[in-house]
Design a protein around this ligand. Structure first.
Ligand code: PMP
Length: 371
């Protein structure tokens, strides 16, 4: 009928680069225990009372500060850089999209590791660019030589390195990353280091923004800071980089609510340390327990990949069954289906003590059911 025809016509109006994209699917479920999105469950409810109090004086009839001056000031002080070297976004997702909007046009290549966070590739495709994936090595270990080789071969406009990587949890050690950056800096490209999980790892190359104007360090308040619901990310880079991003940043991108919540969260950053220690401690406990189980079961039955983030990636032929049993127990984790590099993998966020214990109990029961 006419409506179907009109709908088809609408589809044909879509940009070619968008036609082949699928909507980013996020499970709508609100599970009892949410371990699927690398949030910080230890901080649930922590900032609400302060936010509530401070909301009273927020002038929501006015547009917010388009330049997020107070927030950037706070971040600059925290990092010992100039305010002009800090930019904030509606999640680091938004800053990733600006990097690509500013630098990538049709036909340009963007180098990423594989597997990694999917937004680099999605934004690149939307811009008409071509993502170039460099596979990680055995055990999802990053290999600098093939990466650099691919960079020299493809001469990408932008390179993304994710450290620690999502969803593998693996890292690029400083003694590998720093020389790699020096080599990449010889090529004419933007280098984006996504440090979304930095706080759980502790190693950064943020000090190099004064050395390499083409370097940008991406951070977020969604993970360690427990502020995923607010959508607040930031980046550290040279003023030259900020000038580039300022050209694509829309005005008033972060709402007054976002800015206020992010500011409150950063004002309490010192309270974060003990929480981080808990998460890291539990990551190590979970890894140890899972590895003990893997040792009994054999590596082809259960494999645990070393992680320095706030999650663990496992691979098992029982992935679908385990996922099902977890769901029945009200626990949501992230699955990756049965094909591709992440076939039969599950990514499990480190939760609170009781959440982790429940998860381990289900794992134990699936692998070693009581006779
Ligand atoms: N980078 C990486 C590596 C991530 O894992 C995520 C969240 N999944 C993001 C960026 C985006 O985080 P946000 O937009 O919440 O800051």
């Amino acid at each position: 009928d006419q409506q179907t025809q009109a709908a088809q016509q609408l589809f044909s109006l879509l940009k070619k680069s968008v036609r082949t994209l699928n909507p980013y699917h996020v499970e709508p479920a609100m599970p009892r225990i949410k371990l699927d999105a690398n949030e910080n469950n230890w901080l649930a409810g922590r900032f609400q009372p302060i936010l509530q109090e401070r909301l009273e004086s927020l002038p929501i009839h006015q547009y917010p500060d388009s330049d997020c001056l107070a927030l950037r000031e706070k971040l600059a002080a925290l990092h010992g850089v100039d305010r002009e070297q800090v930019i904030t976004g509606v999640g680091s997702d938004q800053i990733i999209s600006w990097v690509i909007q500013a630098f990538v046009e049709a036909g340009d290549q963007v180098l990423v590791m594989d597997p990694t966070f999917s937004m680099y590739e999605i934004d690149t495709l939307m811009a008409g660019g071509e993502p170039v994936r460099v596979p990680l090595g055995e055990g999802f270990v990053f290999q600098p030589e093939p990466f650099l080789e691919k960079a020299r071969e493809t001469m990408p406009k932008v390179v993304f390195l994710t450290n620690p990587n999502n969803p593998t949890g693996g890292v690029i050690a400083p003694e590998v990353l720093r020389p790699l950056l020096a080599s990449l800096a010889q090529l004419r490209c933007v280098i984006a280091i996504d440090e979304a999980y930095y706080e759980f790892y502790g190693e950064t190359v943020a000090d190099l923004i004064d050395t390499y104007p083409q370097l940008i360090i991406l951070r977020t308040l969604s993970k360690a800071y427990g502020l995923a619901g607010v959508r607040a990310g930031y980046a550290l880079a040279s003023e030259a980089m900020m000038d580039a991003l300022g050209r694509v940043k829309p005005p008033y991108h972060m709402s007054g609510l976002d800015q206020l919540a992010a500011l409150i969260c950063l004002e309490h950053a010192d309270a974060l340390q003990p929480v981080l220690q808990k998460v890291i401690g539990w990551r190590e406990t979970m890894e140890k327990e899972m590895k003990a189980l893997a040792l009994q079961e054999g590596e082809d039955r259960l494999r645990v990949f070393p992680s320095r983030a706030n999650f663990l990636l496992i691979r098992t032929p029982l992935a679908a069954k385990l996922d099902q049993r977890l769901r029945e127990s009200g626990i949501m984790v992230r699955g990756y289906g049965e094909s591709g590099a992440l076939a039969n993998c599950l990514r499990i966020t480190v939760g609170t003590e009781t959440e982790n214990k429940e998860l381990l109990a289900v794992l134990q029961e699936v692998f070693q059911p009581p006779a």
